[in-house]
Design a protein around this ligand. Sequence first.
Ligand code: TXA
Ligand code: MG
Length: 314
Amino acid sequence: MDQKLLSAANALINGSLVCFPTETVYGLGADATNKIAVSRIFGIKQRPTTHPLIVHVSTLRMSFNWVANIPEYALELANNYWPGPLTLILQRSKLAKNFITGGQDYVGIRIPNHPIALNLLNEFERLGGFGVAAPSANKFGAVSTTSVSAVLDEIGEDLSFNDVVLDGGDCKIGIESTIVDCSGPSPRILRPGAITHGMINSVLKNNVHVQSIEFENSLRSPGSTKYHYMPLAQVVINQEPTPGSGLLALDSVDTPNGVTRLARPSDSSEFARVLYASYRLADKLGLKKIFVFPPIGSGIEKAIDDRVKKSALK
Ligand code: TXA
Ligand code: MG
């Protein structure tokens, strides 16, 4: 295995932090059983400690260490969509301490679908590790990072000599995983993502159906705050761009005179992929406003819509 990956796995075992790529966004990882290492994540992100972290593992078998009980529908979801952009909220085992779950009896688990992330987790587990706690590698409330340069811009100065940053290029999906609450008799989507409502329903059996927490409700549900996914610039949705501002819209939309085109994605997947990089670009250019025309649809468009709406709240 790649030398850098081996030293990253060792860094985790030794209590240091590792920034690593996943298919969704970059993660800021620590050994999920190491309270001191995990507390550094909260320090660097300036994130309230009541805000729970997702534990990343490399196999379904490893996930069993972290959970006390898995409903059948959750197993179906795991079997179909892991590794992948799906986080399941499950009843915790004793391994998942309060410093991971924010004091809740449920823990978020994910197997990411990215060769670097999977190799890192595999090697970490081979060395005796159980799982890697990793939020998105950005300051609390800022937009997630989808490239190494974004990671370094956000938290580079906060990392220590022994911490490791792994470069996996640009993230393929570009927005965070779908979070599914599996604490009740049927699943509930807490955060939409690339695993869509339709994809979830299509694998559920026994008349179990997934519910989506609507945007308005999700603002009030635990773990979500008003100040998520925000660039410095003001995001304006579906309005005519004014000169001097930035524009993010599908390729078919023209750029008015005096407006800076941030990206011209050709479809919804590409829109998701370039969303956060476009926000970062606008901030780098010092633009005051970003005009966004989110694509319409019932797939990943729901996740784009969720992030864009949250980023527009000021
Ligand atoms: O795609 C992703 O999910 C990325 C990559 C790195 O895996 N991670 C990520 O983590 O987005 P983070 O911490 O930035 O967002 C995780 C969200 C938070 O809003 C948190 O409140 C929620 O998941 N969450 C985590 N554990 C939870 C739990 N036990 N119960 C309810 N919500 C939970
Ligand atoms: Mg985050």
